[in-house]
Design a binder for this molecule. Structure first.
Ligand code: ZN
Length: 280
């Protein structure tokens, strides 16, 4: 087998809890990961809140899971200055929670246009300023921040950082403590992706998210595919991140209201394990 066909190390599989969140709470997901011998987990704030931060941290530690990211901070742009302190405080709490959970990074979904606005330049300026401010706090807590560029179809409502190049530019500008969560679902189409992975390098690549792009995609948010069911050459991109020195986890993040969210989560986790080896 040539090195380019070498399958992924099963020990590097991580489950983003969104993948099985419809039918399991966080306690069940932690337990499920342990039973399926999946070593990484990336929980969402609402699930942590529902279980309790201390309880979540304790359960994760007891099962020796690696928290490959905490979802999520961000949502920086606001329509009125008066709303900014609440966003800032909430993001600081997200940093604190990420620390308590021992997360490798806090993932930032940076936010899109604030309500009523058509000013994308201003939204992007607010994102830059918001990250700069949060970086001071996160740095003092030693929690790395990972910008997750989202597919351009989310520029209005979720994230106005849509390419690896833009995320790399922000890292250049804002400096240490800031990196990137590379999600192939959002970035696979980008003709500059290889070059931007090389530009990011080992230092900036803080997380690697995987799933697949289905053809056709029936829903903008909730129709992501299991690895192998779509058109992303996941193994090629895993080799690309490894070539620049990335040695972290491969985090499966599947929002799938009509397919995977309807299945028994045990079957979903077993499929993630099998497809990780087969396709990643
Ligand atoms: Zn992601």
């Amino acid at each position: 087998m040539t090195s380019l066909n070498r399958p992924a190390d099963p020990g590097l599989l991580s489950i983003n809890t969104a993948t099985v969140r419809q039918r399991w709470g966080l306690a069940e997901i932690i337990d499920g990961c342990a039973r399926h011998e999946i070593r990484g987990i990336s929980p969402w704030r609402d699930q942590v809140k529902a279980l309790g931060l201390k309880e979540a941290a304790q359960a994760i530690r007891a099962n020796e899971l690696v928290v490959t990211g905490y979802c999520r901070g961000g949502m920086f742009p606001v329509s009125s200055e008066a709303d900014a302190p609440a966003v800032r405080d909430d993001n600081r709490r997200a940093v604190d929670e990420a620390c308590e959970l021992g997360a490798q990074c806090l993932v930032l979904v940076v936010g899109g246009l604030p309500g009523g606005s058509k000013n994308l330049d201003d939204a992007r300026r607010q994102v830059r300023d918001g990250i700069a401010e949060l970086l001071d706090y996160a740095g003092s807590q030693k929690m790395p921040l990972a910008i997750e560029p989202l597919h351009p179809m989310y520029a209005a409502d979720r994230a106005c950082v849509n390419t690896m190049a833009h995320a790399n530019d922000l890292c250049d500008e804002l400096g240490s403590g800031l990196g990137i969560a590379l999600d192939l679902y959002h970035t696979w189409w980008d003709p500059d992706l290889m070059e931007q992975i090389e530009r990011a390098g080992k230092e900036r690549l803080l997380a690697f998210h995987i799933c697949d792009w289905l053809v056709p995609t029936r829903d903008l948010l909730l129709d992501r595919g299991m690895m192998g069911d779509g058109v992303i050459d996941i193994r090629k991109w895993r080799h690309a991140v490894e070539r620049v020195g990335y040695v972290g986890f491969h985090e499966v993040e599947i929002f799938s209201s009509e397919t995977w969210w309807k299945k028994d989560p045990n079957e979903v986790l077993a499929t993630c394990k099998a497809r990780h080896i087969e396709c990643c």
